[in-house]
Design a protein around this ligand. Structure first.
Ligand code: TRP
Length: 333
């Protein structure tokens, strides 16, 4: 039997290269070896977008198109929508008795996010909602209702997995051995830097290359990318390690990388030519993704079917597990 992977992603915007090289590309590889379940976490997205339901709804479709376009294969992976699995919400209520408020307030992931969302939660987090503070509990329910064994995450999400493990141990110690304790699967790929040189590419940072960007947008973004500030003339020698254009050559132009690097260093490559080459390579890289996306966008019935099949399968698993959980908790009437 293949081990089960459970992962989730919030539908709050289109995927960019950061997602692809940091997480989703990894899932595409993992789907060959594991029974991978990918949750479109719309309920979790609502915890900090409760006042914008249309954004979440529209992005569910966008996200599914993005995932299919990069190679998530519905014959290998199970794609489902969180809100369609009521057992997750039910289990969240049960788990909420097992977690103290102070433990949630100390969760580093939650703390960082509260600090980033001043507009929504106040300067000192004084307007934090019950739902947002408690989303680690809901995420523990996501994982355990499907017996998720391995959870692929980036470093920033590790505290959420740790909190899930604590909940599982507490549940099992009180109600009897019922739940599986998940383990994290740290992503082997790393973060992708933003066009502005920021350590992280992010939608809200305005420094991202999106999978849906067309030729023209790619051109504009790359032409404006930061290069070595000491290189003024086209035959000046430069340092590729402080150039964002070289940085992206590393991702999509591996075959010519040595030449790009050497010519940059010895001053035989101008930045404009270098950017043009990157634009071509980036578009070549994105082209098959765009074509696949177009196919699914033009065939909404196929997408609907994929989601329905995945959701149905997930509902079945969740139902079976909930039976065991309710029995253990003596609420199986
Ligand atoms: N919190 C994750 C994120 O923001 C998304 C997520 C929801 C998730 N449920 C999950 C990740 C379950 C792993 C397992 O990216």
């Amino acid at each position: 039997m293949k081990k089960r992977i459970l992962t989730g992603i919030r539908p709050t915007g289109n995927l960019h290269l950061g997602h692809l090289f940091g997480a989703v590309g990894n899932w595409v590889n993992l789907q060959n070896e594991y029974d991978i379940h990918i949750e479109i976490a719309d309920v979790q997205a609502l915890t900090d977008n409760f006042n914008n339901p249309k954004k979440v709804r529209d992005n569910v479709t966008q996200l599914v198109l993005d995932l299919l376009s990069v190679g998530i294969d519905p014959n290998k992976s199970t794609l489902f929508i969180q809100s369609q699995i009521p057992e997750i919400a039910e289990l969240t209520v049960f788990y909420s008795n097992l977690v103290t408020v102070s433990r949630l307030e100390r969760n580093p992931t939650v703390k960082t996010e509260i600090a980033q969302k001043k507009e929504l939660f106040g300067n000192n987090g004084e307007s934090i909602t019950y739902g947002f503070l408690g989303y680690p509990i809901s995420q523990a329910a996501d994982i355990t209702i499907f017996n998720g064994e391995l959870i692929p995450v980036g470093e920033d999400q590790l505290p959420l997995i740790e909190q899930c493990r604590e909940i599982v141990r507490k549940f099992n110690s009180i109600y009897g051995e019922t739940l599986k304790e998940p383990t994290h699967l740290l992503s082997t790929t790393s973060r992708v830097k933003g066009l502005d040189g920021n350590e992280k590419m992010g939608k809200s940072l305005g420094n991202a290359i999106f999978l849906v960007d067309n030729d023209e947008t790619i051109s504009k973004k790359i032409m404006a990318a930061i290069t070595d500030p000491n290189k003024i003339k086209k035959d000046d020698k430069a340092n590729p390690n402080i150039c964002m254009v070289y940085y992206y050559h590393q991702l999509v132009n591996k075959e010519n990388l040595k030449t790009v690097c050497a010519e940059c260093k010895n001053g035989t490559r101008g930045c404009v030519a270098c950017k043009k080459e990157l634009i071509t390579k980036m578009n070549e890289f994105l082209q098959p993704i765009r074509e696949k996306r177009k196919y699914y966008a033009e065939n909404p019935d196929i997408v609907k079917e994929i989601l329905e099949a995945g959701t149905k399968k997930s509902q079945q698993t969740a139902k079976e597990n909930m039976k065991k959980i309710k029995k253990a908790m003596m609420i199986d009437y």
